[in-house]
Design a binder for this molecule. Structure first.
Ligand code: PLP
Length: 380
């Protein structure tokens, strides 16, 4: 596998080993993925005539156990199309987790562009929400109120550290949604990570979902693209919505080919990414730091949250320090390592492993992190 996310920059003081753990969106296509893109048969997908897009759509529909699928440019557009598709009546309300990507990171697109009213359920630390709260928040019939039209979940849940929603909870949620006659949408940007962690097919996880949006450009390592799935009728109307949103693309099999390659060749390696995260998590725990902590048991997949004591260490300071190299550190750990990680909340830093990361990268990050943690502990 090519190592393009890792840049070995030359500077006056020697080679710097740069490891980019800021997101799983930073991967670059491998040589083999590019070859698959270059040799893909193409056609005009707005007319439904791109054989590679059609093959990708059939493949994802089958993997997720749904009737039909649609290739869309991004996860944001995938979620938006699905929400708009479920909420066709004005005054519709969607129930979403307060930590969900749809609620926090998609610019309120469902209300901005679709006139859909969001109502939040409090996400619990494991990424679920209370089903009692869900039942309470469903609107009755009253001319003053919007109409509850949809429930959304996110799996894995990014903001709680890539946690996998428990299957038993999803099953209960499915039963409740059927009882309440509400469709369930899953933002499955990292659904394949969830499936790899649970050791079950993705279709098992989404069996009660009326729609799902998956990203090819996250853990799966493709440069672009998402796929939404649902019933034939749902996808027929999703196609119209995609066109209205400017997402109708032409000879886009060139990108769909990367998606097929990613599903076939990167998908089976996701457990390796999860194992790397565990190695980092165990190393942090071994440091026994009072100011930088993590919980390996809650790091289910390719994301690790480092919890910082905000009084002693704002998360941005840890990220800035991991971006710098000192002579003392090089003398101690034997190399110049820069690890890119991101502050994600007022108390947490997020690191994400992806297919461009090697075991050597992980070992270098562990050495650096142990050194930096000791340094901060010494100052505390
Ligand atoms: C959980 C989740 N859903 C949706 C998205 C949106 O994907 P995109 O960046 O392709 O719009 C992301 C992006 O990071 C995400 O993490």
């Amino acid at each position: 596998m090519e190592q393009q996310a890792k840049i070995c920059a030359q500077n006056g003081e020697g080679e710097t080993h740069m490891v980019n753990l800021s997101s799983d969106t930073v991967t670059e296509p491998s040589k083999a993925m590019k070859e698959a893109m270059m040799s893909a048969p193409l056609g005009d997908d707005v007319f439904g005539e791109d054989p590679t897009v059609n093959a990708l759509q059939e493949k994802v529909a089958e993997l997720l156990g749904k009737e039909a699928a649609l290739f869309v440019p991004t996860g944001t557009m995938g979620n938006l199309i699905c929400v708009l598709n479920h909420c066709r009546t004005r005054g519709s309300e969607v129930l979403v987790g307060d930590l969900s990507h749809i609620h926090i990171w998609e610019q309120g697109g469902v209300s901005q562009l679709g006139g859909v009213h969001p109502r939040t359920l409090r996400n619990l630390p494991d990424g679920t929400f209370s089903l009692t709260e869900l039942r309470q928040l469903v609107r009755g019939v009253d001319d003053h109120w919007p109409t509850t039209a949809l429930v959304c979940v996110e799996n894995t849940q990014n903001m709680v550290g890539g946690r996998v929603l428990p299957l038993a909870w999803l099953d209960e949620l499915g039963v409740l949604c059927r009882e309440l006659e509400l469709p369930l949408h899953m933002d499955g940007a990292r659904l394949f990570n969830a499936a790899a962690a649970l050791g079950v097919p993705p279709s098992r996880i989404v069996k009660d979902c009326a729609s799902v949006s998956i990203c090819l450009s996250k853990g799966l390592g493709a440069p672009v693209g998402s796929v939404i799935v649902g019933s034939k009728d749902f996808i027929k109307n999703a196609r119209r919505l995609r066109k209205a949103l400017g997402g109708g693309m032409r000879q886009v099999g060139v990108l769909a080919a990367a998606g097929i390659y990613a599903l076939d060749h990167v998908g089976p390696t996701l457990t390796r990414d999860h194992a790397y995260i565990q190695e980092v998590a165990r190393a942090v725990v071994e440091c026994k730091s009072e100011i930088i902590k993590c919980d390996p048991a809650s790091a289910h997949t390719n994301i690790l949250l480092l919890e910082c004591d905000p009084e002693a260490l704002p998360p941005s300071h840890l990220c800035e320090r991991m971006d710098q190299v000192t002579d003392e550190e090089v003398a101690a750990i034997g190399e110049r390592v820069v690890a890119r990680i991101l502050p994600i909340t007022d108390t947490a830093v997020r690191m994400v492993v992806h297919c461009d990361i090697t075991h050597e990268d992980i070992q270098s990050v562990i050495n650096k992190l142990k050194y930096v943690i000791k340094e901060f502990d010494g100052k505390a």
